[in-house]
Design a protein around this ligand. Sequence first.
Ligand code: NAD
Length: 502
Amino acid sequence: MVASIKPKRDELGLSEGLMLIDGTWSAAQDEQTWEHRHPATAELVAGFPIAGPADVDRAVRAARRAFDQGPWPRARATERIRVLRRVADLVREHGDELLALQALDNSVPLTFGSVYATSPAFLADVFDHHAGWVDKLAGQTLPPYQGGDHMVMTLREPVGVVGAVIPWNAPLMLAVQKLAPALAAGCTVVVKPSEYATFAVLRLIRLIEEAGLPAGVLNVVTGPGEPTGDALINHPLVDKLSFTGSRAVGRRIMTAAASTFKRVTLELGGKSPAVVFPDADVGTAAAITMGTVTMGLSGQVCLAPTRALVHRDVADEFLAMAEMIGSMVSYGNPFDPAVTSSPLINTRQLDRVLGLIETGQAEGARLVCGGTRSDGELAEGNFVTPAVFTDVSNDMTIAREEIFGPVLSVIPFTDEDEAVRIANDTEYGLAATVWTSDLKRAMRMTRAIRAGTVGINGYQLEPHAAFGGFQQSGLGREGGQPAIEAYTELKTVLFPLTDEMM
Ligand code: NAD
């Protein structure tokens, strides 16, 4: 069995209450608790209270009061910048602690914190980046359309109370992508972390609070989708819902938003292609593609390139390298520096991934390696050996469904047109990678592929770059200017300067 990783209660901050409502950490009114079992060992990490509708209502009303009457939406730019920069400093200072809590949440190995996009440095940079926007959220001054003596201006104002719902796979990074722009814009927030990754987000919230936010600006409620998330997304006093997670819940968010026309940002799933041409460095393409599908979060990554579209001439070379990378994956205790990859988050996801691997074989794809539940000392955890399928056609279930596990499907193609057709033959559109040494081809492919982010010979997420999906991968963008603008309303000011125009 993997060595016990049971934390002390104090390490989780459990002794102080888990919900921050109106500046006070408190327990839920309801007695119900959620039990978090560690995905690597099945041990009970901790039980924590489930916020019911009454708790959520208190949190939303606190955020509403803080928005309607409190200082934060009206604060000077310098004040908001000061607080956000302080958050960035605190996150850098407490980076190791945050990563350790994240490992207790979802078992992502500590080593994964050295990858920039999941590192404390990235979290801090997102706060710094949005701090930089606070005094640059400009509207426009327009020339009068019909001539005459009047002023036409637009202003950007905070959108109001934000309900932020976070998944478990990269809880810190995904929380920060919402909290930094929302707070920078002057909004107030109620955040609900995933029931499978609560503790790291709670520590992050404490750091943000410590940086000097007024009471009620940032509130947190813990618990699962039902009843906690459901109460938040349906609350009539919430102005905007910002969600990262599955399509199924994304649809519920849109339905909930309809009743009061809440603004919505959705970051959903993907089935991203990596398109590998024969003129690419095929070994690197295979190593990074398979590495992204297996290292760190074991493919539980929204933008993972799970469909490798590989030119027939280099398919064997690609497969050999992908298989080798798969064999380098090491599972176990996330605090062990030799461990590279996490288990699947829960037994439901384990069964689903194993079921999809069976379906792939039944539909005629060839399993080159992996695809079984790990046994021996890993038997208690939700580990699946990294799987590579070849002879996959794009209409098979494994090429269409987001598997969210360490499973790569290799789909052969013959020419560029066919590659584009297969790449775009999906309901998703989150990301894509093009591997080629031909610059013009790289640009043609980038233009032709319908996805929110396209990497050329690799990619690295950046705090100032927009990220989001085409089609069913989502609505709106996180990161950069579009992210902060999504937490604002645009107000037009019409100001006649002469009495004749009134
Ligand atoms: P999920 O949709 O099951 O859960 C996400 C969040 O929604 C959790 O906090 C959950 O408690 C909450 N929720 C569930 N039911 C709800 C309801 N009825 N009302 C309100 N809230 C509810 O997703 P998950 O399993 O946590 O995460 C995996 C999914 O997230 C994958 O599809 C993945 O692609 C996607 N994801 C997308 C991005 C992105 O940036 N596009 C990033 C990471 C993950």
